[in-house]
Design a protein around this ligand. Structure first.
Ligand code: NDP
Length: 487
């Protein structure tokens, strides 16, 4: 049993109140750690420490900070297995997934931004009589608030560019998944990152998170989480003129055109719907398949889903672990029951039972991957974010119809289109109100590209230049040519 601490001003400390929160393993219901239940008083210390460290950190060159990012990547790489194990324990995700996606991408985020920084060219604009030099500095202190589904993956996606651009940090992970943020803090401590540059405050959203949003020393907020929380973040931070990046929920469409390669489309749709038990903001939780191939597609898709191996997260062969908590399981089950009330048919799944002879522990938040047919694309289950292993399937006849169906939700984060005619796919992609469209693939990420959503899926973009832009302020220095001054 671990007792985690906050990391403030280069020291591991408990919450000032002394209160703690239990961290529960969703596969067993057992307490695996106690974390500080911090309050605004702890945020106050963290923000003051970050403020006092920021100027010196910002005074380093970009290359020096890139070197720090490489050192962090090396140190995290050495802990790759420990990160994967901790993530699987905290979230209930399969260990194979935690290795392949969470641990690997956490290292890659630091490595990528270090390399990216070294490729930056000075930004200048020449005039006939003057030269403009665009200088970039850190925003100051930034608040980073992250969710439970991809804990270190998403935190490192913010920490790396924030450090790179000269910011100091107050970070808050979800209280449900604090283990890997703690590994990051330990790693930065071992590397002797200057004290105060990175501060970690554990606790509850309405307490610590809200404290970060409201703190006057914190100049920018990068938030990833649900749309409802995003609304609170915006309402609190915007009147204080804080720079804001909001990465919110999704209800993404997987569109299968009539000429799609069915093998590829079935495999892609399964991966899009059920990776991490559907708990990825990018998951394709609505499938729209052309009516002419719908019977064949649904038969094969349902067959694949029914054969997925549900099991203990620590089992190497497991494809579907648990959802994040019993509370979340009940929320997902609410939607499955609603689907039945709305006239839907459960084509597979819908139950807590496990397969392959591995019985669920009563306390484990196991839910079979669930496919629902027969629902209107306007039903609640097909338009609201469920964020679990549930997908609805719909049919269409015309491209204009599928555009209207895909856009019939308040979200606009991502989606995928499956077709052998790439030009038709690209033309269709432009009609979908969304930040990201994949054609014949899903979650294929080049970290240089813009990442983010439209409508209620968020405000702003992160990734490559967009992250550097968000985590910096620019000053344009316009220098008149000496010759012109003399005239
Ligand atoms: P939440 O919005 O519940 O929480 C996100 C973070 O915000 C947590 O650290 C949470 O703390 C904190 N928080 C909660 N209330 C407040 C508050 N009043 N002020 C400040 N911070 C607060 O999201 P979930 O953790 O449930 O994550 C799932 C959601 O995240 C889904 O909607 C998913 O789509 C979205 N997401 C979006 C991504 C994107 O890139 N667009 C990527 C991944 C997920 P606590 O946990 O303590 O409540």
């Amino acid at each position: 049993m671990k007792t985690l601490m906050n990391y403030i001003d280069g020291t591991f400390v408990p919450a000032q109140s002394g209160d703690t929160i239990e961290d529960i393993n969703p596969a067993t219901g057992m307490v695996i750690a106690h974390i500080p239940r911090s309050t605004k008083a702890d945020v106050e210390l963290a923000a003051a420490s970050a403020k006092s460290a920021q100027a010196d950190w910002n005074a380093l060159t970009l290359d020096q900070r890139a070197d720090w990012l490489d050192a962090i990547a090396d140190a995290l790489q050495a802990k790759h297995e420990a990160i994967a194990q901790a993530e699987s324990l905290d979230t209930g995700k399969p260990i194979s997934l935690a290795r392949r996606v969470d641990a690997t991408r956490s290292v890659d985020n630091f490595r990528f931004f270090a390399d990216f920084a070294r490729k930056q060219q000075p930004l200048t604009f020449e005039m006939s009589d003057a030269m403009n030099f665009v200088e970039r500095n850190g925003l100051g202190v930034v608040g980073l608030i992250t969710p439970w589904n991809l804990p270190l993956y998403l935190m490192s996606w913010k920490v790396a560019p924030a450090l790179l651009m000269g910011n100091s940090i107050v970070a808050k992970p979800s209280e449900m998944t604090p283990l890997t943020a703690n590994i990051l803090a330990e790693t930065l401590d071992e590397l002797n990152l200057p004290r105060g540059v990175f501060n970690l405050v554990h606790g509850l959203g309405p307490e610590v998170g809200q404290g970060i949003l409201e703190h006057p020393l914190i100049n920018g907020i990068s938030f990833t989480g649900g749309t409802a929380t995003g609304r609170i973040v915006a309402a609190t931070a915007a009147p204080m003129f804080k720079k804001l990046s909001l990465e919110l929920g999704g209800k993404n469409a997987t569109i299968i055109l009539e000429d799609a390669d069915l093998d590829q489309a079935v495999q892609g749709a399964v991966k899009a719907a059920f990776t991490n038990s559907g708990q990825v903001c990018l998951c394709g939780s609505r499938i729209m398949v052309h009516a002419s191939i719908a019977d064949e597609f649904i038969k094969r898709f349902v067959g694949e889903v029914a054969a997925m191996r549900i099991g203990e997260p620590s089992d190497e062969a497991t494809q579907i672990g648990t959802v994040i908590s019993m509370d979340h399981l009940e929320k997902v089950e609410f939607y499955i029951n609603l689907a039945i009330e709305e006239g839907g048919t459960i084509l597979t799944g819908g139950t807590r039972s496990m397969m392959g002879g591995v019985g669920p522990t009563p306390e484990g938040a196991y839910l079979a991957p669930t496919v629902i047919g027969g629902l209107s694309h306007l039903s609640r289950c097909a338009t609201e974010e469920i964020f679990g292993p549930v997908v609805t399937v719909h049919t269409f006849d015309r491209l204009a119809e599928v555009t209207e169906m895909a856009n019939a939700t308040e979200y606009g984060l991502a989606g995928s289109i499956w077709t052998q005619d790439v030009e038709v796919g690209k033309a269709l992609a432009k009609t979908i109100e969304t930040g990201i469209v994949w054609i014949n693939t899903w979650l294929h990420r080049d970290l240089r590209t813009p990442f983010g959503g439209v409508k209620h899926s968020g405000v702003g973009r992160e990734g490559g230049q967009w992250s550097l832009g968000f985590f910096s302020e620019t000053t344009n220095i316009c220098v008149m040519n000496p010759r012109e001054l003399g005239d």
